[in-house]
Ligand binder design. Structure first.
Ligand code: 5AD
Ligand code: SF4
Ligand code: FES
Length: 353
């Protein structure tokens, strides 16, 4: 049954129904799993080629006014030392990425009101005036007028996961926002010309396989340029501290099925996945993924961006991680992409208009 379905994904994956997506996510036998990984790897090669792109993750503030139930940065976690990098520190880290030939910086933070529209615009100008690098913002909710201003100031991409496509569960885990608002922001970003990244968590308490199928279907509907999937890792100082972690096998299945359905999208192996499994990056790349996000946050702040505990590479320098990733990429027979790694979906959209 699954074999013929998997064969169909090779040419008609984008049209899979919700129940077919569920069926693929429910595969358990080793034989069918192997077929799924092979199908995802084939479609990955055909749609996005052999490049693995590096996106330098710069976590510039761990201050957050939100209280998401699963996250170690939530405002009620008073035990966590908070930090905010200065503009000089941010610029220094961006230039370090650029010197290493890494073509993208992802500026990520909690929802930190200190970084007003004005301050972020000044920062974007400072980066654009001093180096040639693609800029992704990952700063949570912002009104549409600010998103437009950031785009004008030189931001290229925006990352905001929809986290969980089930609106009732979304409400349980996110006291400060609604799924409808998230989806609207994702649509606004797209309309403003950003390359848009969304994604979801795997294994939140109560989440079903049908919910995960909805996550992929929502990403298809939104035509996202990037889709990131990571396992939920319980943080002891949150209300979900005692919960069971998300399954790495289900995370790989989400990566593979997302590749079959979303085709030429960028799919990262997430830090959360590589935290739970030492060879998570290699497996992810062989099962549909084509991106990795080395950590560009300077010591000692890296450890304090504590979404969950025991994050990978906490004590390694960016230069060390760059070398390590080069070897890992080579070990799976692939190459590190040179340049910015602009979304193929975006390039195709622009050809069409
Ligand atoms: N486990 C895994 N991922 C997490 N995130 C936040 N907290 C956790 C956790 N405990 C993810 C969210 C967010 C991204 C920056 O980190 O999905 O979008
Ligand atoms: Fe803040 Fe993001 Fe963590 Fe939610 S997931 S508490 S918005 S940093
Ligand atoms: Fe950081 Fe391997 S990627 S040490």
């Amino acid at each position: 049954m699954s074999k013929s379905l998997i064969e169909r994904t090779q040419y008609a994956g984008a049209d899979l129904s919700l129940s077919e997506i569920c069926e693929l996510l429910s595969i358990t036998s080793d034989i069918d799993l192997d077929l799924l990984w092979q199908a995802a790897d084939h479609v990955r090669r055909q749609e996005v080629g052999e490049d693995i792109w590096l996106r330098g993750l710069l976590e510039f503030s761990n201050i957050c006014t939100c209280n998401c139930l699963y996250c170690g940065l939530r405002r009620d976690n008073t035990g966590l030392p908070r930090y905010r990098l200065t503009e000089e520190q941010i610029l220094e880290a961006v230039h370090r990425l650029s010197r290493l030939g890494i073509g993208t910086v992802v500026l990520q933070s909690g929802e930190d009101p200190y970084f007003t529209e004005e301050r972020l615009i000044a920062l974007l100008h400072a980066i654009r005036n001093t180096c040639d690098i693609a800029i992704t913002l990952s700063i949570g909710y912002r009104p549409k007028s600010e998103l437009a201003a950031f785009k004008r100031a030189g931001a290229h991409r925006f990352l905001i996961r929809h986290e969980i496509a089930n609106p009732d569960l979304y409400r349980v885990f996110h006291p400060d926002s609604t799924l409808a608002d998230r989806v609207e922001q994702l649509k606004d970003l797209r309309a403003l010309g950003y390359e848009v990244g969304s994604g979801c968590l795997v294994g939140l308490p109560g989440q079903t396989v049908a919910d995960l199928a909805d996550d992929i279907a929502l990403a298809r509907e939104l035509e996202v340029d990037m889709f990131g999937v990571g396992p939920f890792i319980p943080h002891p100082d949150t209300p979900l501290g005692e919960a069971t972690p998300g399954s790495t096998l289900m995370t790989y299945k989400m990566i593979a099925v997302a590749r079959l359905v979303l085709r030429d999208v960028h799919i990262p192996v997430t830090t959360a996945l590589s935290t739970l499994e030492e060879d998570g990056r290699e497996k992810g790349w062989m099962r549909g993924a084509n991106i990795v996000m080395p950590n560009a946050t300077p010591a000692p702040y890296r450890a304090q961006y504590e979404l969950y505990k025991n994050k990978r590479c906490i004590d390694d320098t960016l230069e060390h991680c760059r070398g390590c990733l080069g070897r890992r990429v080579k070990s799976v027979g692939r190459v590190i992409g040179q340049g910015r790694g602009t979304s193929l979906k975006l390039l195709r959209r622009e050809v069409l208009v």
